[in-house]
Design a binder for this molecule. Structure first.
Ligand code: ADP
Length: 629
């Protein structure tokens, strides 16, 4: 390489290096250098100091919510380091030294980016040891009641997120919800913190005067509290203050203690800590966990973002709008009308309607459809019944008309029956008259004549009685009757009609056999009359040699039988089925109602009627009526 070339290439290299350096300098200046990138990615170290324990209610719920808020909203990765100030659990002041040493050894030279204390004891601890442990670290004292903050020792590096416990407001709420309350029993433990609060409550309630009396359980072991809570006098309520450590030194961290109390207590339990809400307390005005979680995270993030802690001012958190547990309201018979305005009622159990809405709707629909069908069927049945009753009535009327018609046919026979006795009466009366005019009075003869007159008169009277009974428009009347007599009487009415038509009317009934049935004699006579008149008519129209109608009576399978047979032409096979239908007739002048009426009457007597042709010709009608027991 020539000297000139060497110089030129060296100049180019120098220029390249200079450009590279300039670029790096600009990159650095723009703040995207490795140091800034590290700063952005560097996790923020958060020291979270618990008062009683990580799972100690109610603080555990607040702490969980604060962490959740921080993790969700922090622009930096967070390294949350949690410690617990166990000394708060001691009923007497505990040794703090070792714990202070422990923290110092962890954080010396590398303090956390922020210190957050949860609860009163932790706030007291960090305030007390701030200079020792974290002289310059910013601090957020949270979930702490105002009264537990040592305002005088607050530094520029401290922020407070406090709550305000308004005992009087909480007790007033009890009195509003259960106005008959006479005593409030306060459940509280025996740790330092709890002792402090017991004194505070006692001071505060003085403003309530005589409105309600108080019982303090601060000096009792929890087992004793349980015993007392199970036998409280009426109009007493329990107030769950705090139960961290009881008088026997037993630590109660979760909600087990409250659960046990709820199981035995004979009175409702109130509390202003939302952590216990939904776990056996009635409710009321309470501190809101989400509100505290959000406000604490706000403060912490602002401080981590560079704001001066003293400038981050958060108003003390007071009770949120009252909330009540519906199940507890039900259990203790608390009316919702007693709840303060703006209250919210939670945990409502769905009623049977809400839970099984569609099943119930389906059942209701099925029931409705069924009811509709049933009422439709009932309506139809009623309609049919009415129609049946109506048709019965019509038939009864027709039967009456039919009887008139039958009697019309019998006129000649009746006239003959009446004429005979009336004629003899006349003859006998004339004879008696002649005898009375004569000289020799044969009194014995006259006596005989008068007896004949009386007998004939009775015969005529009997004919008229029978006629009347057939014609009377009586309603269906059930009697115990001897069927042979009834049939014989009916035959008596038509005997003459048959004789004049030159037809033998025979009646055969076993003399020793009595046939008792339950029925209406007039109606049953009409049955016999109709059948005989039909038979006489059938024979009259035929040219058969033998002219005979026979009425036979007997008994068959528990039924009384009336058989009416004739020597007429019989019934056409095709007509046998329809013969009893109304308006069926083969006669030019016929009405076709006779047999329909007959069947209706027989069936109304729970009997049957059948028609058939006899082997040697002629029709045979058989009526069967149940024998009366
Ligand atoms: P109608 O006598 O007005 O016709 P019925 O109801 O009494 O009405 O009789 C119906 C039909 O039954 C008659 O038209 C006849 O054809 C037939 N019938 C009834 N009784 C006899 C009988 N004994 N022999 C033959 N046919 C009969």
């Amino acid at each position: 390489m020539s000297r000139r070339n060497f110089i030129a290439s060296t100049k180019r290299k120098v220029a390249k290096v200079a450009l590279l350096c300039l670029g790096l300098a600009l990159w650095w200046a723009a703040g995207i250098g490795p140091a800034h990138a590290d700063e952005r990615r560097a996790p923020k170290r958060v020291l979270l100091l618990h008062s009683f324990g990580r799972d100690f209610l109610p603080w555990s719920e607040y702490a969980r919510n604060i962490k959740m808020n921080l993790e969700q909203r922090s622009p930096w990765p967070l390294d949350i380091q949690e410690h617990t100030l166990l000394t708060a659990r001691f009923t007497g002041p505990g040794p703090e030294g070792p714990f202070v040493e422990y923290l110092r050894s962890i954080y010396q030279g590398r303090p956390p980016d922020i210190v957050m204390s949860i609860g009163g004891p932790a706030a007291g601890f960090v305030q007390k040891h701030r200079t020792d442990l974290f002289p310059n670290a910013p601090m957020v004292l949270t979930t702490v009641e105002e009264r537990l903050i040592d305002r005088a020792s607050l530094t520029e590096q401290d922020t407070v997120v406090s709550v305000r416990n308004d005992f009087v407001a909480a007790f007033r709420n009890v009195l509003q919800v259960l106005p008959d309350t006479r005593t409030i029993a306060l459940v509280i433990g025996a740790s330092e913190l709890e002792k402090f609060w017991l004194d505070e409550v006692k001071k505060d309630v003085e403003t309530l005067g005589n409105r309600v009396s108080f019982v303090w359980y601060g000096d009792l072991p929890f087992d004793e509290i349980l015993k007392r809570a199970s036998a409280l006098p009426p109009h007493t309520v329990l107030f769950w203050g705090l139960m961290s450590v009881d008088a026997a030194g037993v630590v109660h961290d979760g909600d087990r203690a409250l659960q046990r109390l709820r199981a035995v207590a004979n009175a409702p339990i109130f509390c202003f800590e939302e952590s216990f809400f939904g776990r056996h307390i009635v409710g009321g005005p309470m501190h809101s966990i989400p509100e505290l979680g959000e406000k604490t995270a706000d403060a912490a993030l602002r401080i981590l973002g560079g704001e001066k802690p003293a400038d981050v001012k958060i108003e003390p958190i007071v009770y949120a709008a009252p909330k009540y547990d519906w199940r507890e309201l039900q259990r203790w018979g608390i009316s919702e009308s007693n709840l303060p305005e703006g209250s919210e009622v939670l945990f409502r159990e769905p009623g049977i309607w809400e839970e099984y809405r569609w099943q119930l709707a389906l059942i209701a629909a099925v029931i409705l459809i069924q009811a509709g069908l049933i009422s439709g069927l009932l309506h139809e049945r009623r309609g049919r019944r009415l129609a049946e009753v109506e048709s019965r009535q019509r038939l009864a009327e027709l039967a009456h008309v039919n009887r008139y018609a039958a009697v019309g046919e019998l006129t000649a026979s009746i006239a003959h029956e009446l004429n005979q006795p009336l004629g003899s009466i006349l003859t006998n009366a004339e004879t008696a008259e002649l005898m009375l005019k004569g000289t020799a009075l044969d009194l014995a003869e006259i006596g005989e004549i008068l007896a004949d007159i009386r007998r004939d008169d009775q015969r005529a009277g009997e004919v008229i009685r029978r006629l009347r009974s057939v014609l009377k428009k009586a309603p269906f009347e059930i009697k115990d009757i001897e069927l042979k007599e009834t049939v014989r009487e009916a035959i008596g009415l038509v005997g003459d009609v048959a004789a004049r038509r030159n037809i033998v009317l025979g009646f055969y009934a076993p003399p020793e056999m009595e046939l008792h049935v339950k029925g209406d004699p007039v109606q049953l006579q009409q049955v016999v009359l109709n059948l005989i008149l039909n038979a006489l008519e059938a024979i009259s129209e035929s040219k058969a040699g033998k002219r005979e109608v026979s009425v036979t009576m007997g008994r068959s399978a528990g039924a009384a039988e009336i058989r009416v047979g004739d020597t007429g032409p019989g019934i056409a096979i095709a007509d046998l089925k329809t013969i009893f239908e109304p308006f069926f007739t083969t006669k030019p002048e016929g009405m076709g109602m006779g047999l329909a009426i007959v069947r209706t009457i027989v069936e109304a007597h729970h009997g049957t009627i059948s028609a058939e042709n006899q082997p040697f010709g002629g029709a045979l009608f058989t009526v069967r009526l149940p024998i009366a027991s």
